[in-house]
Design a binder for this molecule. Structure first.
Ligand code: MV4
Length: 447
C-alpha cells in the first residue's frame, strides 16, 4: 500500500479523498494556491504545500509545482480528483516517470478516451452500441454529404477533442449541413487547438445515463449500475440520481454487462464511466470519462461501496476481491450540486460564508469543504457542496431531499439551494419522466 498520497485538487473532492486515505491509514499531502491557504482541505490534511498563486494555471494545473510538492514531502502516489489534471495523459505519464503512482487509468487509456473519435472506434470494436454517424473524422465536404445521406437528418457535428458541449452544431437539413460543419470546425480549433470533427445522428429527446465501472490490474471488471444525469443546464449537471427512473433492473444488467465486457477486453484499469444517450429504449455510447466523477456518491450510496478507496487499492496493485454478483443495489439516491451562484441568473457569488449549518439524519450525506467563516474564492468552479440523500424508494428519497434542503443553511452568499427546492417540488421531476432538455425548458417557462 502507499505510504503517503498527494491530493492534487481542492474543495470537497480533496476532503473526500482525504477521508478514504485516512480510513486506509495513509497520510495525505494537500496542495493549495495562495487563495486557499485557509481552506478546509488544507486544514484537515496531514501536510500541505503552497503551489502557486490563485489562477489555476499557476497552481492546481502547475505540473512542475505539484511534482515538486510530491518530491519534498515523500509522497508515493498522486490522486488527481476530478477536473484540473485528472484527464491529462501527459500529467499521468510525468507522475509515473517520476517514480510515483498515478491513481487512475494508464496514460494510454486516458489519451484514447480524450479523443472522442478514437473512443468511439474502440467501443464499436468491443461491441458497444453507438449513435449512427460518420466512420471517424469528417475532414472534407464530400465525406460530409455522404455521411448525411447515409444517416439522415437531423445531424450533430461534434469536436473530436470536445466534450462538455463545446464545438457542437446541429444541422436540421441539407441546407444547414456545411455551415454547421464549418462552424463546428472553427469553434473546435479555437477551443481545443484541433479542428477534427465527426458527425452523429442528433437524438432530440434523450436521457443522459452513465455506467460506473471499476477494473483492477488483473482483468476483473465490475459495474456499479447507472446514474441518470439528464438534469443539467448549459452542460452543467444540477441533479443526478442512481438508479435512473427510466431503467428496469434488466436494462441496467444489460448495459452494465456490455460495459464491463468492453473494458475487460480493453485492459482498462481503475475507475471509469461510460456515457450513453438513452432514447426509445436504446442505449448509444457517446463518451468515456477516465476519472472519478463529481456525482460518484449516488453510486456509493446505492451500492455501499467506497469508490475512492477502491481506486487507491487498485492503483496499489490489489485485486478487486469480489465479482459482479457481489454488487447489490439497495434503494435510491439523489444528489444536488449546490453552487455559489445567484439562483435567478446563475452569476457566481463568491464571498464569505457568515454562518453554515449542514443537514443530517438518516440517509443524508453532505460532501463539502465549507465552514462558518470560510471564504469562497472567485477563481474556481462555483460548486460548494453536494447534498446526497439515500432512501428505500425514489419517492422516499424525494421527501428526504426536500427535508434536507430545508435544513441546509449557507448564509452570507447566495446559493442555488432555492433552485433545488423548486425542482424537487415539481411534478415532472417527481414523475421522473424528464430528458436532457427538461430543466432548461422549466427555467424558460419561468417554473
Ligand atoms: C448528443 C446529443 C444528441 N444527439 N449527441 C452534449 C455534451 C456531450 N457530452 C454530448 N452531448 C450531446 N450529444 C447526439 N448524437 C445531445 C447532447 C446534449 C447533452 C448530452 C448529455 C447531457 C446534456 C446534454 C445537453 C445538450 C445536448
Amino acid at each position: 500500500m502507499f505510504h503517503k498520497i498527494l491530493i492534487a485538487n481542492r474543495g470537497e473532492i480533496a476532503l473526500r479523498i482525504q477521508r478514504a486515505c485516512r480510513e486506509l491509514g495513509i497520510p495525505t499531502v494537500a496542495v493549495h494556491s495562495t487563495a486557499d491557504a485557509e481552506a478546509m482541505h488544507v486544514r484537515l490534511a496531514d501536510e500541505s504545500v503552497c503551489i502557486g498563486p490563485p489562477a489555476a494555471r499557476e497552481s492546481y494545473l502547475n505540473i512542475p509545482s505539484i511534482l515538486s510538492a510530491a518530491a519534498i514531502t515523500g509522497a508515493d502516489a498522486i490522486h488527481p480528483g476530478y477536473g484540473f489534471l485528472s484527464e491529462n495523459a501527459d500529467f499521468a505519464e510525468m507522475v509515473e516517470a517520476h517514480g510515483l503512482t498515478f491513481i487512475g487509468p494508464s496514460p494510454a487509456h486516458i489519451r484514447m478516451m480524450g479523443d472522442k473519435i478514437a473512443a468511439k472506434a474502440a467501443m464499436e470494436s468491443l461491441g458497444v452500441p453507438l449513435v449512427p454517424g460518420s466512420d471517424g473524422a469528417v475532414a472534407d465536404a464530400a465525406v460530409l454529404r455522404a455521411v448525411a445521406e447515409r444517416t439522415g437528418y437531423p445531424l450533430l457535428v461534434k469536436a473530436a477533442a470536445g466534450g462538455g458541449g463545446r464545438g457542437m452544431k446541429v444541422a436540421r437539413d441539407a441546407s444547414e449541413l456545411e455551415e454547421a460543419w464549418r462552424l463546428a470546425r472553427t469553434e473546435a480549433r479555437a477551443a481545443f487547438g484541433s479542428d477534427e470533427v465527426y458527425v452523429e445522428k442528433y437524438l432530440d429527446r434523450p436521457r443522459h445515463i452513465e455506467v460506473q465501472i471499476l477494473a483492477d490490474a488483473y482483468g476483473h471488471v465490475v459495474h456499479f449500475g447507472e446514474r441518470d444525469c439528464s438534469l443539467q443546464r448549459r452542460h452543467q449537471k444540477v441533479i443526478e440520481e442512481a438508479g435512473s427512473p427510466a431503467l428496469t433492473a434488466a436494462a441496467r444488467d444489460g448495459i452494465g454487462g456490455v460495459a464491463t465486457a468492453a473494458l475487460s477486453k480493453l485492459g482498462y484499469r481503475n475507475a471509469g464511466t461510460l456515457e450513453f444517450l438513452y432514447q426509445d429504449g436504446a442505449f448509444a455510447f457517446i463518451e468515456m470519462n477516465t476519472r472519478l466523477q463529481v456525482e460518484h456518491p449516488v453510486t456509493e450510496m446505492i451500492c455501499g461501496v467506497d469508490l475512492v478507496r477502491e481506486q487507491i487499492r487498485i492503483a496499489a496493485g490489489h485485486a478487486l476481491g469480489y465479482g459482479q454478483d457481489d454488487v447489490r443495489f439497495s434503494g435510491h439516491a439523489i444528489e444536488c450540486r449546490i453552487n455559489a451562484e445567484d439562483p435567478d441568473n446563475f452569476m457566481p457569488t463568491p464571498g464569505r460564508v457568515t454562518a453554515y449549518h449542514a443537514p443530517g439524519g438518516l440517509g443524508v450525506r453532505v460532501d463539502s469543504a465549507l465552514y462558518a467563516g470560510c471564504v469562497v474564492p472567485p477563481y474556481y468552479d462555483s460548486m460548494i457542496a453536494k447534498l446526497i440523500v439515500h432512501a428505500p424508494t425514489r419517492a422516499d428519497a424525494i421527501n428526504r431531499l426536500r427535508r434536507a434542503i430545508e435544513e441546509f443553511a449557507v448564509l452570507g452568499i447566495k446559493t442555488t439551494l432555492p433552485l433545488h427546492r423548486r425542482i424537487v417540488d415539481n411534478p415532472g421531476f417527481q414523475r421522473g419522466d424528464y430528458t436532457i432538455h427538461w430543466l432548461e425548458n422549466l427555467m424558460a417557462s419561468g417554473g
